[in-house]
Design a protein around this ligand. Structure first.
Ligand SMILES: [Zn+2]
Length: 131
């Protein structure tokens, strides 16, 4: 892994901030109904050691309405697990290091730029976010 501790911290913060944004979006989307559920597991999602998946819990509540958010939250949860495991920032396809600049712009990136482009060509119909 080519990332420095400093870079890792920056990316972890970016992931955390984005995660919080998504939680707020979902909370607004679900309104009262959401508030009740959030009371139960908000703490788990905010902690660093909890492996409880807020995304999973949300998927049970109102999947269709918050699908996009839930998917991105899953991506963030898995990125944060990778950070803890020291496996973050490695391309899932070619296993090269993903450039820090790319991760900063897109912290849930699971592929390097060239593999992502290949992937998008092969899966042109999928809505894969890219930079
Ligand atoms: Zn790659």
């Amino acid at each position: 892994m080519a990332l420095s501790t400093e870079q890792n911290k920056k990316l972890e913060l970016a992931l955390k901030t984005r995660y919080q944004q998504l939680i707020n979006e979902v909370r607004q989307e679900l309104g009262q109904e959401g508030e009740q559920h959030f009371a139960d597991f908000a703490a788990a999602g905010g902690s660093d050691q909890g492996d409880e998946s807020v995304a999973d819990a949300l998927a049970d509540i109102a999947a269709a309405r918050v699908d996009r958010q839930v998917n991105e939250m899953r991506a963030i949860e898995s990125a944060r697990k990778q950070i803890r495991a020291g496996e973050y920032g490695i391309c899932g396809d070619c296993e090269e290091d993903i450039r820090f600049e790319r991760l900063l712009a897109y912290p849930t990136a699971v592929r390097c730029v060239s593999c992502q482009q290949k992937h998008e060509k092969t899966h042109a119909s999928e809505n894969t976010p890219s930079i």
